[in-house]
Design a protein around this ligand. Structure first.
Ligand SMILES: [Zn+2]
Length: 269
């Protein structure tokens, strides 16, 4: 158990910000992490690419459809359970996650701000209707009966690593025929302003900010570290490997996340 980390959390009213690193223990790889840095040649799809081209959408949905069949069965790990335990113990002001996998809630956390949205929801880009991903999965499965889950590499946003997507059929909004998009924030897209405002407010009322499993490469998460720094709110970072926020951290723990969180939660429980 890291004593400084323990003291930070024991102080209570901790705003927690989590990233892909907390879900790697659930079989969802961190594609910005050191283990998978080399294996990916093409980056994630951008919002602009998605809306501009039918081919890009076919590619996205084919990979996402296969990926979803694995992702929907992912289970929370000790890291998610520890966060929920700390929250149940009254030590947490709130949880902001950059993950779209829903595993914090599955692990028992409440009132989680999903900064980048949820992979279990789908939004229509024309009428704005939000529907369940499980419904879409059934529709996609019905028109693509040969596209079964096999063994694919998974990315944190729920895509599978598939190259040949010709022949995959995309479906549109049942209500209006518009384009469907997962209700997640793509690269090239901004986080909705009310969600950002809620997150800033959470940091402002917190006694400390604790970053778990994020390299903080993306500004949408890193800005909360900068905000806490500006306000003089102590910052803790637990991550395997260096992060962009290390220079700002009052407590820095480079260690495996789930076991570190589990022992911290147990020591405080
Ligand atoms: Zn629609």
């Amino acid at each position: 158990v890291d004593v400084e980390l323990l003291e930070l959390v024991a102080g209570g009213r901790v705003a927690i910000l989590t990233g892909a690193g907390i879900s790697t223990g659930s079989g969802i790889p961190d594609y910005r992490g050191p283990s998978s840095l080399a294996r990916r040649s093409s980056g994630p799809i951008t919002y602009q690419e998605f809306v501009a081209g039918a081919q890009a959408r076919q590619r996205y949905w084919a990979r996402s459809h296969i990926g979803w069949q694995a992702l929907r069965h992912a289970l929370p790990n000790d890291g998610h359970f520890a966060v929920a335990d700390l929250q149940a113990g009254g030590l947490v002001a709130g949880v902001i996650t950059q993950n779209v996998d829903g595993l914090h809630q599955a692990g028992g956390a409440r009132d989680v701000i999903e900064l980048h949205g949820s992979i279990s929801k789908v939004i229509c880009l024309s009428c704005g209707e939000v529907t369940e991903r499980s419904e879409l999965a059934e529709r996609l499965g019905a028109v693509n009966p040969s596209w079964q889950r096999e063994t694919f590499d998974l990315k944190p946003d729920g895509d599978a690593d598939i190259e040949d997507v010709s022949g995959f059929h995309v479906v549109d909004c049942l209500a209006c025929g518009g384009l469907l998009k997962p209700d997640v924030v793509f690269f090239g897209e901004t986080v909705p302003a009310p969600r950002v405002a809620r997150s800033f407010a959470l940091v402002e009322e917190a006694k400390s900010l604790l970053v778990l499993g994020s390299s903080l490469k993306v500004m949408s998460g890193y800005r909360f570290v900068l905000h806490a720094k500006k306000l003089g709110i102590p910052i803790g970072i637990v991550n395997q490997g260096p992060t962009r926020g290390d220079a700002h951290a009052d407590v820095l723990v480079d260690a495996e996340l789930s076991s570190t969180l589990r022992s911290t939660a147990l020591a405080l429980g």
